[in-house]
Every structure is written in C-alpha cells, then in structure tokens.
Design a protein around this ligand. Structure first.
Ligand SMILES: [Zn+2]
Length: 211
C-alpha cells in the first residue's frame, strides 16, 4: 500500500485508508469521530486565482496609506511600513519586528510559496523543494496574522477618534479584503497539493522511463 493513501486522524492518531468521496461527503475517524477530510472544496485553479488576487491586494495594502490623522490642522498619513518604522523609532523594537514578520513577511512568503507550487503543479511540473515548502506553509499558518493587525488598527482608530480626526484610506480597505483572502488561503486543503504532486511526479517518472 502506498503511504500517501493512508490518513492519520489529527486527534487520536488512528490510521485509515483514504478513499474517494462522493460530493459533499465527509470522512470521519472510526475511533473518535473527528473529521479526517471532506470531498470537494476548491480545486487547484481556484486556489491559484485566489493566491494571485491576494498578491495584488497585498501590494495595494502595503503601498497605499492606511489612515490619515489630522490634529490641529496638521495631517499625517501613514502606510504599514510608516507605522512599523515609527514603532521602531519609539524604542519598542521587538513590537516593530513582530509586526513586520506577522503582517508583512509571513503573509508575503505564504502567498509567494502557494503561488509558485500551484503554478508549477498546474503546468504539470514538480516544484523544486516541494516538501520543504509544504512544511514551511504548514508551520507558517498560525504566524500570518493580518486579521490581528486589522483588529488592532480598528481599535486604535476608535480610541484616537476622540483626540484627532481619523480618515480611513485605501490601505485599510485593502487590508480588510486581504484578511478575507488569507483566511481562505489558510483553509486550503494542503492534501490536494500533495496528491497533485504525487500525480505529477508519477507522470514524470513514467516519461523518464519512456525516454
Ligand atoms: Zn480519531
């Protein structure tokens, strides 16, 4: 039996043999009843489309200002990087670094790695470093925290609103859309990518034998 046709329950470690499901069917663990996997969901093309959309929105969110603060006639606009730089300048370096990692680098790395893997698989090629990338994607999931940033910004805006005039800018709306897109990307069934990789690798091996 191929190892990839086995599924291990995340909750109780019971091992099951994987089988194809009818649409909307779910496979449950026979021992503890937890869900093992479900049929359907998005296909690889939809994943790639959502990933590319995320990349575009990510660029918009980072290039345009997030909010404008107006106090006694002086207006101050800030982008994400402006805010991170300002945080660094005020002496809370670790906070600035954490913000840069969780709101910028991890989400960007996720988007680029997903994009690369999906693009190669859909072209029928095995991506370089596939296994490492897949592990990195799994490890990075909890560290991509655009939604936390979004919530923090909204709370700050409400707090500052009494002191200064706050105007939301394009960046904050882009971050809102990005939050939804990244949540969708993070719900992708990584198993689909492993399956696609296995098919591509098998085709490649067959082609190698023929040549
Ligand atoms: Zn179980």
């Amino acid at each position: 039996m191929r190892a990839s046709s086995l599924v291990v329950c995340e909750h109780c470690d019971a091992v099951h043999e994987r089988r194809r499901l009818a649409p909307r069917e779910r496979a449950l663990c026979v021992r503890c009843g937890a869900e093992l996997y479900r049929a359907g969901g998005v296909d690889l093309y939809t994943m790639l489309a959502l990933t590319l959309a995320s990349l575009i929105v990510f660029v918009i969110a980072n290039v345009y200002p997030i909010i404008t603060l107006e106090l006694q006639g002086v207006a101050n606009r800030s982008t994400l990087w402006g805010a991170i730089h300002a945080t660094w300048e005020t002496g809370v370096g670790p906070v600035a670094v954490l913000a840069a990692l969780t709101v910028f680098f991890f989400p960007l790395a996720q988007i680029l790695m997903f994009g690369y893997v999906l693009f190669e698989l859909l072209r029928g090629r095995a991506p370089r470093g596939f296994v490492d990338i897949m592990h990195a994607l799994r490890l990075m999931r909890p560290w991509s925290m655009v939604e936390v940033f979004m919530l923090g910004t909204l709370v700050s805006v409400v707090k500052i609103a009494g002191l200064a005039q706050v105007t939301p800018e394009i960046g904050i709306f882009a971050f809102g859309v990005l939050t939804i897109l990244l949540t969708t990307i993070n719900s992708f069934d990584l198993r689909l990518l492993w399956d696609a990789h296995e098919r591509v690798a098998a085709d490649g091996a067959a082609a190698g034998l023929v040549a």
